[in-house]
Design a protein around this ligand. Structure first.
Ligand SMILES: NC(=O)c1ccc[n+]([C@@H]2O[C@H](COP(=O)([O-])OP(=O)(O)OC[C@H]3O[C@@H](n4cnc5c(N)ncnc54)[C@H](OP(=O)(O)O)[C@@H]3O)[C@@H](O)[C@H]2O)c1
Length: 246
């Protein structure tokens, strides 16, 4: 049995990581701003971060911080170094090195910090989770006409499958960059929107329109996809069935 700290262990991904680890009999510590006894903002270093990492066999870094990602990672790395933690596992996103989007660029910086930390490290890049794309479609379906950026595709992945992979990686030796993890199929956003509307029993006209900008171009060229790693099994259709009932 190992002791594993999961930062962001209350989130969409972190929670099933904790479940998978506990299911395998490991002792899990959860760090987030609202989860005592390790309720701490990782952007502020301090004794609580030191206490959280002390004696841990591995740390799985699963926070989702829109501003201050690098600061949080630096604080975690410094604490892990002081405590001599042998393995730091980080969840990243497919395309972080190719997308001109601040959040993704920040995650790429964190990857570099972890690689150069001197700690044993593993980085897993995953494609977008079903839940995230579901929320996107839900928002886009609010107006009577569903306006979609033209020509986009995604490779939706079940968060619990990414969580199981992270748990497996955390309990093994550091591997550096693990193979990317993508969902089982690449779907056009319009196709996903039609599946969502059918499952949610909503009727909307779909209009596709091109958008300006480098970020949109990056997405249109598929930087967010991992076609060579369709490792997830749960399809978007199956996710929708689970969500709305058959
Ligand atoms: N969602 C996706 O499609 C996707 C795909 C690939 C990779 N990822 C990556 O997976 C990771 C987790 O994403 P998620 O979707 O599970 O995020 P999420 O549901 O928003 O959960 C974020 C977690 O981080 C904690 N947190 C946020 N700010 C913090 C801070 N300053 N200090 C300490 N804890 C903090 C939150 O708890 P508190 O609010 O209590 O602090 C929560 O536990 C992220 O690194 C994300 O980039 C996500």
């Amino acid at each position: 049995m190992s002791t594993i700290l999961v930062t962001g262990g209350t989130g969409m991904l972190g929670r099933p990581v904790c479940d998978a680890l506990r299911g395998d009999g490991h002792e899990v510590r959860v760090l987030s701003r609202h989860s005592p006894p390790y309720a701490v903002d990782l952007r502020e270093s301090g004794r609580l971060v030191d206490r959280a990492v002390d004696g841990a066999d591995a740390v799985v870094h699963c926070t989702n911080i829109l501003r201050g990602d690098a600061k949080a990672a630096t604080n975690l790395i410094d604490a892990a170094r002081r405590a001599g933690v042998p393995h730091l596992v980080y969840i990243s996103i497919v395309g972080v090195d190719r997308m001109p989007y601040a959040h993704l660029k920040a995650k790429y910086v964190v990857e570099r910090l972890i690689e150069r930390s001197g700690l044993g490290w593993t980085v897993l890049r995953a494609t977008q989770f079903h839940e995230l794309l579901f929320k996107l479609l839900e928002g886009l379906a609010r107006p009577p006409v569903m306006v979609l950026p033209k020509g986009l595709a995604f490779q939706p992945l079940e968060a619990t499958e990414a969580a199981a992979r992270l748990a497996e990686l955390a309990t093994g030796p550091p591997v550096g960059r693990a193979e990317d993890m993508g969902g089982p199929e690449i779907l056009a956003l319009a196709e996903m929107a039609r599946a969502y509307l059918a499952a949610a029993r909503k009727q909307r006209r779909i209009v596709e329109t091109p958008l300006p900008g480098r970020l949109y171009r990056g997405f249109r060229h598929g930087a967010q996809l991992a076609p060579e790693f369709p490792v997830g099994r749960v399809t978007f259709e199956e996710f929708l069935t689970g969500r709305f009932g058959g």
